[in-house]
Design a protein around this ligand. Structure first.
Ligand SMILES: Cc1cc2nc3c(=O)[nH]c(=O)nc-3n(C[C@H](O)[C@H](O)[C@H](O)COP(=O)(O)O)c2cc1C
Length: 296
């Protein structure tokens, strides 16, 4: 890797490995491998004399007030929000690595953490808060009924009717499932994205408008965590008038995100007939039954 990242092979570099130490003259740094926190080759650096950890982004956030240390933070609520946003964006896809990173620093007598981004964290101020939150946010989700949200948009209610029928079908096959429908025009997108990230499976429906799916649906999918979305089952549906691109376009996007897309999706021409709604219900049922089979 010498010179690869800097693109400067002439740079005089010392490559350190997990457990190596480096004497700076009265101060010895030791290195702790911390993969994916947040680069594949991430490393913590520990200075025992200073009881200071250079955490290479871990516990950090994009937050800046005029002073360096956490005890000078004025906008505490904003700091907490920034810590959460940074965790969600950078570390949430790598929760098992967060757990192992926390384990690696558990026995260090931490007084200060320099995170590379955001305020320096200190023992008597925000450090324990940040550590507690990382423990909480990286914990595996408790087991419960399957969470299968149905997301949709609908200009004239046609895709909305299909969404209702899909939901009924899901509940026919899995009555204990937590399956609600969400019209994205009336929902907080951050909450919807978090819901999708927690889901066991999901369905998504869009009408075709000007040869594509509609913007709120793309917005939802643009925030899918592509690492943890792998193999998450998804069902696509929508009403169309003449060309019907929404369903194939969404299907292609979800396949790109490595979702386990169920079948080819379900398209209905304009207003769904009672036959169409029965088919949508059967499809929802088959989709849910495939989840039951999968978890056996
Ligand atoms: C402005 C506009 C553009 C549309 N563009 C397309 C299109 O490109 N291809 C298509 O198949 N249908 C198109 N349609 C038809 C809709 O997909 C159709 O009316 C559908 O039933 C709407 O479903 P909804 O009630 O769920 O919104 C368009 C409709 C409107 C109003």
């Amino acid at each position: 890797m010498d010179g690869v990242i800097t693109n400067n092979p002439a740079l005089d570099m010392l490559v350190v490995k997990d457990g190596d130490t480096l004497d700076l003259g009265g101060r010895e740094l030791s290195f702790i491998n911390a993969p994916f926190l947040h680069w594949p080759d991430g490393m913590f650096t520990w200075s025992p004399q200073d009881k200071t950890l250079f955490s290479c982004d871990f516990l950090g956030c994009h937050f800046c007030e005029p002073y360096t240390f956490d005890y000078n933070i004025v906008y505490n609520r904003e700091y907490e929000l920034a810590l959460r946003v940074y965790f969600d964006a950078i570390f949430a896809p790598f929760k098992p690595y967060v757990v192992s990173g926390l384990e690696k620093i558990r026995d260090l007598d931490l007084e200060t953490v320099c995170t590379s981004h955001g305020p320096v964290l200190t023992k008597n101020c925000r450090l324990s808060y940040a550590l507690e939150k990382y423990i909480e946010w990286s914990a595996p989700l408790p087991a419960g009924p399957k969470l299968i949200p149905v997301f949709y948009c609908s200009a004239y209610g046609n895709t909305g009717k299909i969404a209702e029928a899909v939901r009924s079908g899901v509940l026919d096959a899995l009555p204990e499932a937590n399956c609600e429908i969400f019209d994205l025009n009336y929902q907080d997108m951050g909450e919807m994205q978090a819901l999708l990230a927690r889901s066991s499976a999901f369905a998504v429906g869009s009408p075709t408008i000007n040869a594509d799916a509609v913007a709120p649906i793309w917005h939802l999918l643009s925030h899918v965590d592509a690492i943890n979305n792998r193999k998450r089952p998804a069902l696509v549906f929508g009403s169309y008038g003449w060309s019907g691109e929404a369903v194939p376009n969404l299907t292609a996007r979800l396949a790109g995100l490595k979702s386990a897309v169920f079948g080819e999706g379900f398209k209905v021409n304009f207003v769904p007939s009672s036959d169409d709604l029965e088919k949508a219900r059967e499809l929802g049922s088959a989709f849910a039954a495939s989840l039951r089979a999968e978890s056996k």
